[in-house]
Write a protein that binds this ligand. Structure first.
Ligand code: ADP
Ligand code: MG
Length: 987
């Protein structure tokens, strides 16, 4: 009952939301109509008036404290006047501002402070104002679009004519975006134009609006295309793409509007905050609003792997090179074994011993799920059924104990579905005949207990023993982890399917698009394992300079909004992770696409035959067909079959976005047959050729259900844009990966049993598919959530470190910074060196030696008469500060300031990068330690906290160490210079 009501209520809620927006739409249209009678200049005037009003909320651009202190009267006068001018525009709203700014250093500093007091209230004031002008501003954009009608522009090297004025539904979408929602609008509804509305409105603030696209090609296309509109309104527009110089990027970010891909934006952020060594090197200027196009693709599909910047490292921490040989041998052994099993299965089958054959097949599946001979067996429906039955029986038997027994006959067991590899006893013995235990994690609990209760050893000896045990365990854990990753690399990751090897590098292929994901790496050592397998240089030397997940990158923005044709199925995730609500917007004209029921086949072969037949039939009438496949591999299979059937077609393999767009754009022409991976060509418009509408429009065929329903919807949506006719149908088989891995095997088996012939008709099969998809969606969400849970720990730390780093970059007073570091670091050192001191017979030796070697200062021991850490600290802080001042005395202020900044930055970067490596190791470690029923995330959080405290302390110490040394070096260098010039003069 409730489940029947539920969708209705949801549907109703969305409708109500849309209806609430409609009055604003009418208002926009009224205003726009009035604009039609006015000269074009009005739009520019209104734009600039709004900009002026909003510019009052910009940050202050005034000289630094140090600059003001050394300013002459004229300079003070100008500065005071500038402040006075700004304040006069703000006083009515913010009465706390001083009534007068005088031309004195004190008055100017006081005015700055007063401004900083009111600054936090600007965000709200700004958003109230934007809300107020929204109808007028949207009308301005719409009217500007109208005035452009018929005008020509150069877009991507082609001359295009502007023929767009915002439809009402586009205005609704634009309002939803400004409200921070995801506007779900079907393909072809004109989302590119929709975005111009909130982008224009928010760009008036001058804070910079980012528009995020799925690839460089679309970023360029859209910025050129929509740039025509924005420029006509006096706004500046930029675009960041791959291979741009920093100064070009900087320029693009300083425009009112910046287009680019998620990775460009994300990597620029990482470079700005993790690597830039001066303020001038930073290219971005903040994160105000991001409008994300194809938001599901970016925030969900792309968000699976984090952005990472790596560089050369100083140490290596893995052993894939050494492990590779053994694992290769092991895999060879297993292949031999599996080939024997395959021969055995054949014999058992011809002898009619089905029970035995089922068992052998199951062993094969566990041993090598991608074994060629095994896959050939599976093409026979009866054998597949036999396998499913056997597996089911085994899974049910006493909690899988029997399955474990089967696995013990193998060297290792592969779980294709869970993406897991397990080394078995037989494999352990093969790898290390003399000591198979070196591949098991020792039972430390028992050993720890034994150490603890050993009465013969002292507490110190016990601690040493515990340390040794832990070290041994960590070493073994790392080895086991490495082997497991290598096994996966060998048995589950196929070249040209999951990755490509080019120029000595492994590049991941996105399975659903076939697209290479440059710069991404698999985590947890899997990438190195694949590198070892392919014998390219293992990026062991790589050191993580900076990393962030896309989730946490986009959370940096004050405001987020997104649009796509397919968001509803993932609404929960958008809400939980990004606080984005999804609002489905009605189409401009009713959608008349016909979605036919799936056709379901037992085998892949039968399915493909039917697909080719259906394509041939459509093609004979001239109706264009777009065939979506789930992987590059199946695109190729289908292409071969079409060739054999002599059907001319185009295959889209998603290597070059631009070509891809051109091909997809032609997919609606009469007689076109286009085979493409599911997601290829996203964002490109498919217009119908002449006479095609009469033939029924574009026919979309899906050759497989994608694990995510969203991607299927995306594919269907490629036809029937803007009221065009169109047809869609999926062809699936029980051998598709989705069905093999996720559909309930017992139910599938019984359905097959009941049916005859090759086509299966059953309503429950449809449900089976949907259930399988939901299952995968949920699992994938969990995985993403898990990655995020771990990154959240790191994110907190990153925010603190990047925040501090930026402070160092921008501070007006580096000396104050040095003093702060001394004030925090010295007491820490004092505490540490006095911790083990005997209060009745204190030994100050270590403390004195430490002070001498770090700063260096020498302290007369007679000062240290009592252990009062606080007093000693206070005295030492002062002594260290004095020592520093003495060192730098007489050095030119500007050089010194630069040097101080540089030293502290170097300490931060070096230690932070080191820390990132440790965090990586920790993450691997906690997974293995999780054996003791501990939640790895909790373990990770606790230990990460400890590491972080140490990190901050180490940064300060490092910085001090360098500061003192560089000051000395600088002094000596300058003295030398002076000597030289004096000598010259003397001569
Ligand atoms: P989406 O991103 O929603 O799939 P696009 O932004 O690519 O759609 O636009 C699809 C097509 O619709 C483009 O050819 C565009 O020129 C056209 N279009 C968009 N808005 C309008 C409009 N208001 N009037 C006429 N054509 C429009
Ligand atoms: Mg689009």
């Amino acid at each position: 009952m409730i489940s029947w009501l539920f969708p209705k209520i949801i549907g109703g809620k969305n409708e109500r939301e849309v209806n609430r927006i409609r009055p604003t739409v009418s208002r926009i249209n009224e205003i726009e109509e009035a604009f039609q009678q006015k000269p074009a200049g009005v739009l520019l005037e209104m734009t600039s008036a709004w900009q002026t009003h909003l510019a009052r909320y910009h940050a202050l651009d005034v000289p630094t404290k140090a600059q003001i202190e050394t300013m002459d009267d004229a300079g003070l006068q100008t500065t005071a006047e500038a402040l006075e001018k700004r304040f006069s525009t703000l006083r009515r709203e913010f009465s706390a501002l001083p009534s007068k700014v005088a031309a004195t250093a004190e008055s100017i500093e006081a005015a700055k402070a007063a401004f900083h007091q009111i600054e936090p209230r600007f965000a709200k004031a700004r958003s109230i104002y934007l809300e107020k002008i929204l109808p007028e501003a949207y009308a301005v954009v719409k009217n500007a679009a109208r005035r452009l009608n018929g005008s020509e522009a150069e877009i991507g090297g082609r001359t295009e004519t502007w023929r767009m004025v915002h439809f009402d539904v586009q205005l609704i979408g634009g309002i939803a975006l400004h409200r921070g929602m995801i506007a779900e609008m079907q393909t072809g509804e004109g989302k590119t134009l929709v975005a111009t509305l909130p982008v224009y409105l928010n760009a008036l603030t001058g804070l910079g609006v980012h528009v995020v696209t799925v690839n460089d090609y679309l970023a360029k296309r859209d910025s050129e295309w929509m740039g025509v509109l924005f420029r006509s309104l006096g706004l500046s527009i930029g675009c960041v793409v791959n291979n741009m110089q920093p100064w070009e990027r900087r320029e693009a970010y300083h425009c009112d509007i910046t287009y680019g891909t998620n990775s460009e934006f994300g990597f620029d952020y990482l470079r700005d905050n993790g690597m830039a060594s001066t303020k001038e090197e930073q290219v971005q200027r903040g994160h105000y609003l991001a409008v994300i196009d194809e938001v599901d693709s970016i925030l969900i599909d792309e968000a699976r792997t984090p952005l990472i910047i790596t560089g050369a490292a100083t140490r290596s921490s893995h052993q894939f090179d050494t492990l590779r040989q053994s694992v290769e041998q092991l895999v060879k052994k297993q292949t031999e074994l599996c080939n024997r099993l395959a021969a055995e299965a054949e014999k058992q089958l011809s002898a009619g011993d089905h029970a035995a054959a089922g068992l052998t097949l199951l062993k094969l599946k566990l041993g090598q799920p991608r074994n060629r001979r095994f896959l050939r067996f599976l093409e026979i429906p009866e054998l597949r059924r036999l396998l499913d039955k056997t597996e089911l029986a085994y899974q049910k038997s006493s909690f899988g104990k029997d399955i474990h027994k089967l696995k013990e006959e193998l060297y290792f067991a592969i779980d294709e579905k869970a993406h897991d590899a397990d080394l078995m006893e037989k494999g352990r013995r093969f790898l290390s005949p003399s000591d198979p235990d070196s591949f098991t994690i020792p039972d430390t609990a028992a050993q720890l207990a034994a150490i603890q209760t050993d009465t013969a050893s002292t507490s110190e000896e016990k601690a040493t023993a515990r340390g040794a045990l832990r070290e041994q365990m960590d070493g073994q854990a790392a080895k086991i982890h490495g082997i497991s990753q290598l096994l996966k690399a060998y048995c589950l990751y196929e070249k040209d399917v999951h990755y490509v090897v080019a120029e000595g590098k492994i590049t991941i292929i996105d399975e659903s698009t076939g697209r290479e994901m440059a710069g991404r790496r698999w985590s947890d050592g899997l990438h190195q394992a694949v590198e070892a397998k392919e014998r390219v240089s293992i990026e062991k030397e790589s050191r993580t300079y900076a990393t962030i997940t896309l989730q946490n990158y986009f959370r940096l923005y004050d405001k987020l909004a997104g649009m796509t044709g397919t968001a509803e199925t993932e609404a929960a995730e958008f809400h939980d992770i990004y606080q984005l609500d999804v609002l489905p917007i009605p189409t401009n004209t009713p959608n008349i696409r016909i979605d036919e029921n799936d056709r379901i086949f037992k085998t892949r072969r039968e399915k493909y035959n039917a697909v080719v037949e259906r394509i041939a039939a459509a093609h004979a009438t001239g109706q264009p067909v777009l065939v979506g496949t789930a992987s590059v591999e199946s695109s190729e299979t289908l292409s071969r079959l079409l060739q054999r059937a002599k059907i001319p077609h185009t295959v889209l393999n998603a290597k070059f976005h631009e070509q891809e767009a051109e091909i997809v754009a032609l997919a609606g022409q009469r007689g076109a047959v286009t085979v493409s991976t599911n997601m290829a060509g996203r964002g490109t418009d498919i217009k119908l050729g002449e006479g095609v509408a009469e033939l029924g429009g574009l026919f979309v065929i899906g050759t497989e259900r994608h694990p995510s329903r969203r991607v299927d919807r995306q594919l269907r949506g490629r036809c029937s844009r803007q009221g065009d006719p169109g047809l869609s149908r999926f062809f699936i088989s029980l051998e598709d990966d989705l069905m093999r891995h996720h559909a309930a095997p017992d139910r599938m088996a019984s359905l097959i049993e009941k049916s005859d012939g090759t086509t299966l008709k059953s309503a429950s099969l449809g449900t089976l598919v949907e259930t399988a998809q939901k299952q995968v969606e949920q699992r994938d969400y969990k995985t993403r959530k898990r990655v995020l849970d771990f990154d959240d720990v790191m994110n907190l730390q990153r925010e603190i470190v990047y925040g501090y780093r930026n402070e160092v970059l921008t501070t007006e007073d580096t000396r104050k910074l040095v003093h702060e570091i001394i004030a925090e670091s010295v007491p820490e050192g004092v505490r540490e060196h006095l911790a083990d001191c005997d209060p009745y017979d204190p030994d100050y030796g270590p403390l004195l030696r430490w002070a001498q070697s770090t700063f260096p200062i020498s302290i007369a021991a007679e000062y240290l008469t009592a252990i009062n850490a606080e007093k000693i600290s206070a005295m030492m802080v002062k002594a260290v500060r004095d020592a520093y001042e003495l060192r730098v005395n007489g050095l030119p202020a500007e050089v010194l300031e630069q040097e101080e900044r540089r030293m502290v930055l170097a300490a931060i970067d070096n230690e932070w990068q080191e820390h990132l490596g440790e965090m990586d190791e920790l993450r691997e470690g906690v997974y293995l330690r999780a054996q003791g029923q501990k939640d790895p995330l909790v373990e990770y959080k606790n230990e990460a906290y400890g590491l972080f405290v140490t990190l901050m302390d180490t940064i300060r110490r490092d910085a001090l160490h360098h500061l003192f040394r560089s000051a000395a070096g600088l002094g000596a260098f300058l003295a030398q210079l002076q000597n030289q010039s004096q000598n010259k003069e003397a001569r």
